[in-house]
Design a protein around this ligand. Structure first.
Ligand code: ADP
Ligand code: MG
Length: 196
């Protein structure tokens, strides 16, 4: 009996330790090459299949014209919420490996068409300013394709370093450019498959 109690205590302690290591992160996914919806779906599957990551929420898909480099196809984007025990730089590396495996070719110039792009928007409420990783992602506030799915998923979530409401930021951007198009496709979070 004593042995069983000790075993249960050890298991619980392990569980608590693990839950303290679990962080919540929001990721922005985007694709504008090939079958864009399929790419997003496959990417979510790949992320969810990682040993140290669990996908807990997926926004609708949104379609929008390209920003920055206008001479390319329209994008499909979404935002997902994950739970992970990976540290931020490990998560970045993990995401980059998934991008590579999905045929992402990195060119020297930025904003080129891509099969898949995975950006880390937030990592708990941490502020990270490493050479190759900035969190919260510095361009969240100028991107409707991030703000709209983010608002759908998390409402007026507070992003560290910003005191404006997400919906007010969206309204400001809506005044300046075309509204973003919400697709009728939604990735089913339970089996991560499509339903339309
Ligand atoms: P972008 O997403 O800006 O179109 P890339 O996907 O090619 O461009 O990423 C360029 C670099 O941005 C990566 O090598 C990565 O190290 C860096 N980076 C900095 N902060 C982040 C972040 N929060 N999420 C993803 N990449 C980031
Ligand atoms: Mg990126």
């Amino acid at each position: 009996m004593l042995r069983l109690n000790i075993l249960i205590t050890i298991l619980k302690l392990r569980l608590m330790n693990n839950s303290r290591m679990v962080k919540v992160s929001l990721l922005s996914l985007g694709s504008n090459l090939g079958n864009r919806k399929k790419n997003i779906q496959n990417c979510i599957h790949s992320i969810n299949n990682c040993k140290n990551i669990k996908v807990v929420a997926v926004s609708s898909l949104y379609e929008s014209s390209p920003m920055y480099n206008l001479n390319q196809q329209d994008y499909i984007n979404c935002v997902i919420e994950i739970e992970t025990t990976l540290k931020p730089l490990k998560l970045l590396k993990n995401n980059q490996l998934i991008e590579k495996n999905m045929g992402r070719v990195r060119s020297l110039s930025r904003n080129q068409p891509r099969t898949i792009d995975i950006d880390i928007l937030t990592y708990n409420s941490e502020i990270i300013n490493e050479e190759n990783l900035r969190v919260p992602h510095p361009r969240i506030f100028e991107r409707k394709f991030v703000l709209n799915p983010l608002f759908e998923l998390k409402g007026n979530i507070v992003i560290p370093g910003n005191d404006k409401k997400i919906e007010d930021l969206i309204k400001e951007l809506d005044k300046k450019s075309d509204k973003i198009r919400q697709c009728k496709y939604k990735i089913n979070e339970k089996d991560l498959s499509y339903s339309s």
